[in-house]
Design a protein around this ligand. Structure first.
Ligand code: ATP
Ligand code: MG
Length: 568
């Protein structure tokens, strides 16, 4: 696997900032982080963030911490933790050489839950400084007191509790004396701030729940805004890069980091626009719905925009990294056409895939002037960039693609038609003499003659015919299941105007065919990407068994949707 990005490292406003800090020597080391919450599998949006954070670490000789932001016990699970590690390793494992825990096996992520003790001590410190208090308001009351951006909030009646009382109550919250939702710890900031997040935000809540790592050790859990910035500070993160919706949280981030301590490296937050893609939904919550309601086969269903789904489908890490580089990093919200992702996938597979012959929807062809029982080998190129070839057997009976024959040809149809000629790739020119039909009138067989001098190196090899089609030997082809995937949704913006995305699912997003493939594919290897010439890129699916191969169509060679739009 290549260890180099195929494009030069990009430049963007975040990299410009990091470059400047790096040149100034502002930090001993550039330290970024990627902080997923283990409440689902990672998706292509996360891939953008991973490539940015690990990419910056890589380009500036720094490090990127993979940190599980596991502060919400009820939604998180070790299954998700494990999938996240696997996906991050897969995406950047062969690429980043400045990555803590990803250079050596096994991956060692950081966990926000490892900081629960420290975070508790910081909260005690804030109470001692008179900067936090225990509040008895219910969630509903709190929302009412908080007010709205244009109208100041009202202070909680518990805001003036003494430091001693707050210390005592907070200790008892931790000891489990109070029920869920009856008390919170809140910062004392500014109930009149135009920024709602600064109106005495909640720092801790009571949750009598088992945590997937700390078990029953805690019954109070820190809120995201509190845990996140302080985890950054604990780890000495220099650049905390997140998506735009956190811009309004930044004053709170700064307030907490500065109230809690004097840090050797004081982290700063920078925001960029998240990735949105057409024909996709991207939040983990929605992807979980697809999984739970069995609208897909699982998180790694090859139609899912998850990293694990795309890996199973045959997308390479290089293609995802190329895509992330190509779309760039900005502060403007936008919607990226999924065709851009598909282009990156095709470009990468085109370079790296092994060419093979195979037929997805077979139609029988009999070469009447080719002897029965004879096999002739044809040299077929493995990849246009390599000089190597392999032998593909030709015999009297062949399969061709149903689409490559038209009994009543359309104008400019250059493939096979009655009386017409076509070249069989790497083999002979054939002419269709006779069309055989079944009782229902379906074409079931074509009887053809071959120009046996027209193979490469033969006397009539240079003879030009307009079309070239693919084929396999009927006697020697292997049969395999091929899963043909299409977009999951029929609408480019599945949730446009509040529409339920489940109402626009593409009923044809999966089609399964029994394909006829050249015999060499019996030894197909899951590490290798294949191109069925003229058709599609294929990869072996984990469901595959010896003698019962299953392939996924990663993507067609051409963009069928673009054609659709052109036609319309
Ligand atoms: P989701 O809404 O899908 O659950 P999230 O933001 O809640 O996403 P986290 O696990 O909190 O998921 O995200 C980890 C990191 O990935 C965060 O820094 C977040 O900003 C980033 N991220 C999530 N979605 C995207 C996206 N679509 N584009 C870019 N970065 C993203
Ligand atoms: Mg989140």
């Amino acid at each position: 696997m290549s260890t180099e990005p195929s494009a030069a490292a990009p430049s963007d406003f975040i990299r410009d900032i990091v470059a400047q800090h790096s040149a100034e020597g502002r930090y001993p080391k550039i330290l970024t982080r990627f902080p997923p919450e283990p409440n689902g599998y990672l998706h292509i949006g996360h891939a953008k963030s991973i490539c940015l954070n690990f990419g910056i670490a890589r380009e500036f000789g720094g490090t990127c911490n993979l940190r599980m932001d596991d502060t919400n016990p009820t939604k998180e699970d070790t299954e998700y933790v494990e999938s996240i590690e696997r996906d991050v390793r897969w995406l950047i494992g062969g690429w980043a050489d400045h990555v803590v825990g990803l250079k050596a096996e096994p991956v060692e992520p950081f966990y926000a839950s490892d900081y629960f003790g420290k975070l508790y001590d910081f909260a005690v410190l804030l109470i001692q400084k008179g900067k936090a208090f225990v509040c008895d308001l219910t969630g509903e009351q709190m929302a009412e007191f908080r007010g709205a951006p244009e109208r100041p909030g009202k202070p909680s009646p518990f805001r003036d509790r003494s430091v001693e009382e707050n210390l005592d109550l907070f200790a008892r919250m931790r000891a489990g004396e109070f029920a869920d939702g009856t008390k919170t710890l809140r910062a004392i900031i500014d109930m009149a701030s135009p920024n709602i997040h600064m109106r005495d935000p909640v720092l801790y809540r009571i949750r009598h729940a088992e945590h997937h790592r700390t078990g029953g050790a805690w019954c109070i859990y820190p809120m995201y805004d509190y845990a996140h910035c302080l985890s950054d500070a604990i780890e000495g993160i220099s650049h905390s890069i997140c998506t735009l919706e956190f811009e309004v949280h930044r004053p709170l981030y700064d307030w907490l980091v500065d109230e809690v301590g004097l840090w050797k490296t004081r982290p700063h937050q920078y925001e960029f626009a998240r990735l949105n893609l057409t024909y996709t939904v991207m939040s983990k919550r929605k992807l979980l719905q697809l999984v739970e309601e069995k609208l897909v086969t699982g998180w790694d269903d090859p139609r899912m925009p998850t990293i694990s789904g795309m890996r199973r489908r045959g997308v390479t890490p290089q293609a995802l990294r190329d895509f992330a580089y190509h779309i760039g990093v900005t502060k403007y919200m936008s919607l990226t056409d999924v065709a851009v992702l598909e282009h990156a996938i095709r470009a990468d597979l085109n370079k790296h895939s092994q060419r093979r012959l195979g037929v997805l929807r077979p139609l029988k062809v009999v070469i009447t002037n080719f002897p029965e029982g004879k096999t002739e080998m044809c040299a077929a190129a493995n990849n246009p960039d390599e000089a190597t070839t392999r032998d593909v057997p030709f015999s009297r009976e062949l399969w061709i693609e149903q689409d490559d024959f038209m009994e009543v040809p359309a104008p400019k149809y250059f493939r096979l038609k009655p009386g017409g000629e076509v070249r069989l790739k790497y083999a002979f020119i054939i002419k269709c003499d006779e069309v055989v039909k079944d009782a229902a009138g379906n074409v079931v067989e074509l009887r053809c003659t071959a120009d046996l001098d027209s193979k490469s190196g033969g006397p009539t090899a240079g003879r030009k015919v307009k079309g070239t089609i693919h084929w396999v030997s009927a006697a020697l082809a292997i049969e395999a299941e091929v899963r043909l995937y299409d977009r999951l949704f029929t609408e480019s913006e599945p949730e446009k105007d509040g529409r339920d995305f489940k109402s626009v699912m593409n009923p044809h997003s999966l089609e399964v065919v029994r394909a006829k493939l050249e015999p060499s594919l019996a030894d197909a290897n899951a590490e290798v990407r294949y191109q069925l010439e003229r058709l599609a890129y294929l990869t072996l699916d984990p469901d595959s068994r010896p003698g019962a191969l299953v392939f996924n169509r990663t993507i067609t060679l051409k963009d069928a949707w673009a054609k659709e739009t052109q036609k319309a």
